[in-house]
Design a protein around this ligand. Structure first.
Ligand SMILES: Cc1cc2nc3c(=O)[nH]c(=O)nc-3n(C[C@H](O)[C@H](O)[C@H](O)COP(=O)(O)O)c2cc1C
Length: 343
């Protein structure tokens, strides 16, 4: 029983998007606190960044960078804000966010609703830089040149980002995922590589779980050639494994428990494709220390979660971190790095 179990019925009484807004607003009211300390064994280096815990908050929870410090202080080892697009946009009409409680899942078709990069930039400039905060960038729905939007995002957000994530895997901007295809991906990563400066932050690439055999090798090759520093595997799925909830037929990306096997399969395929040449960051259905450990031994250097927060509350990140430290100790391992890919 956690304190979240007590307030969960109140949260669930609200429409999903209203509950999310209320959550962000409450988090914004939390007094500023020191960053939590984690067991030393959890400290991990990826792309030259030092992560105090490998358990991060996935993109989409804090789209406009309103509460990264609150989420760090609640026990996340790193926080990814965004997706932010160059210009503000409304996203899709509501309702566009659905809790599938019977399935511990979420379907969303938000469509990159956000206040734009200038807004997030100003807010992130005001914080004092502590903890690892990444910025996830995307393209506007009505953009005539999506590659130019990513180039603009790199230039705009690099000054406030510990890392940047190039998100080409959201299913809710029509055609966006086509940027994962052969020629387009090479062109996009070439343009981004040119836009980066030598002092700029590392750049991660976030991919979909819905890929075909052969895609993994091709994406890994393009990522390495394009100087990508890590892959995030994965975004939400457009597939529909069997679901119990009445919202199962809603359009959008599915996340949470039903995504777990798909995201794990995709991670394994990317590990086979990349060996240990490209660090992997796992997301999709992670809700426990066992889930996180399974991804780490399958080759993930870091993990991220979002949907499980809806069902288990914000204390989950800390519980997973402590569970990972216990698993390392049980196996006589001194660090997460020792466990990565050991399965
Ligand atoms: C409501 C919602 C909004 C999301 N928005 C974004 C987004 O803006 N950018 C992005 O890269 N991923 C977004 N995601 C995907 C998550 O970052 C994550 O990759 C996915 O949900 C799988 O993890 P989970 O099962 O732990 O939720 C969103 C997910 C949800 C549930």
């Amino acid at each position: 029983m956690t304190s979240y179990n007590l307030i969960r019925p109140l949260v669930f009484a609200l429409d999903a998007e209203q509950a999310h807004r209320a959550t962000i607003r409450s988090l914004g009211l939390l007094p500023r606190r020191a960053l939590p300390a984690f067991p030393e064994s959890l400290e991990t280096e990826v792309a030259g960044l030092r992560f105090p815990s490998p358990v991060g908050l996935a993109a989409g929870f804090d789209k406009d960078g309103e509460v990264p410090d609150a989420m760090l202080s609640l026990g996340f080892g790193f926080v990814e804000v965004g997706t932010v697009t160059p210009r503000p946009q409304q996203g899709n009409p509501r309702p566009r966010l659905f809790r599938l409680a019977e399935d511990e899942a979420v379907i969303n078709r938000m469509g990159f609703n956000n206040r734009g990069q200038a807004n997030a930039l100003a807010r992130l400039e005001r914080r004092s830089r502590r903890g690892v905060v990444g910025v996830n960038i995307g393209a506007n729905k009505d953009s005539a040149d999506r590659i130019a939007d990513y180039v603009a995002g790199v230039a705009a957000m690099a000054p406030v980002a510990d890392y940047l994530t190039v998100n080409i895997s959201s299913p809710n901007t029509p055609g966006l995922r086509n940027l994962q295809a052969g020629g387009e991906l090479v062109e996009l990563l070439g343009a981004i590589s040119e836009a980066r400066t030598s002092q700029g932050p590392p750049v991660f690439l976030k991919v979909a779980p819905d890929l075909e055999a052969g895609d993994h090798d091709r994406i890994v090759r393009a990522a390495i050639d394009g100087r990508i520093d890590a892959l995030i595997v994965a975004n939400t799925t457009v597939s529909r494994p069997p679901l119990k909830s009445r919202f199962a037929g809603e359009a959008g990306g599915l996340s949470g428990a039903p995504l777990k096997p798909l995201a794990l399969d995709a991670l394994r395929a990317f590990r086979i494709a990349s060996g240990s040449e490209l660090p992997l960051i796992a997301a999709g259905g992670i809700a426990s220390a066992d889930d996180a450990w399974q991804r780490i031994v399958a080759g993930a250097s870091l993990v991220q979660l979002y949907s499980a927060l809806v069902y288990h509350g914000p204390g989950l990140a800390r519980r997973i971190a402590d569970g990972l430290a216990a698993r390392l100790a049980e196996r006589g391992m001194a660090s997460i790095a020792e466990a990565v890919g050991s399965g």
